[in-house]
Design a protein around this ligand. Structure first.
Ligand SMILES: [Zn+2]
Length: 130
């Protein structure tokens, strides 16, 4: 997946959400130490540089860990059980949290499973097996 640095300095939460609707994961990268994160940063928390760029992260990654949810909030009532996952995005992307439907037992999702982000009308970031 191609990663492109944009010239856009500011990324609003709405811009980030709109990007996800288009199947893109937008976040931040420090121009000095290359720290990458999905949560907004104005100044790098690692090296304090203010040279922060908006970048497009890979939409693929691997599952680092997860929990299986048997009880859900209203938005996910029709999805239980599902996995709440921590995914490390490829190409040096950050770790992000999201969810995967159709996971009911640990055998359904081995740690290290390759996954890809899919655009969803549900809240949060949805992943499926790659
Ligand atoms: Zn930095």
């Amino acid at each position: 997946m191609a990663e492109t640095a944009t010239t856009q300095k500011q990324l609003t939460l709405k811009g980030q959400r709109d990007g996800m609707r288009d199947g893109k994961i937008l976040g931040y990268e420090c121009g000095k130490c290359r720290r990458r994160q999905i949560t907004p940063m104005v100044r790098c928390p690692q090296c304090a540089a203010i040279d922060v760029k908006v970048v497009e992260f890979a939409t693929t990654g691997k599952v680092v860990t997860y929990t299986i949810q048997q009880i859900a909030s209203e938005q996910f009532l029709n999805e239980v059980p599902f996995a709440w996952v921590i995914v490390e995005l490829d190409n040096g992307g950050p770790r992000v949290s999201g969810w995967m439907p159709f996971i009911s037992r640990p055998d359904d999702l081995p740690a290290g499973q390759k996954v890809k982000f899919i655009s969803s009308y549900k809240p949060g970031m949805q992943f499926e097996k790659a």
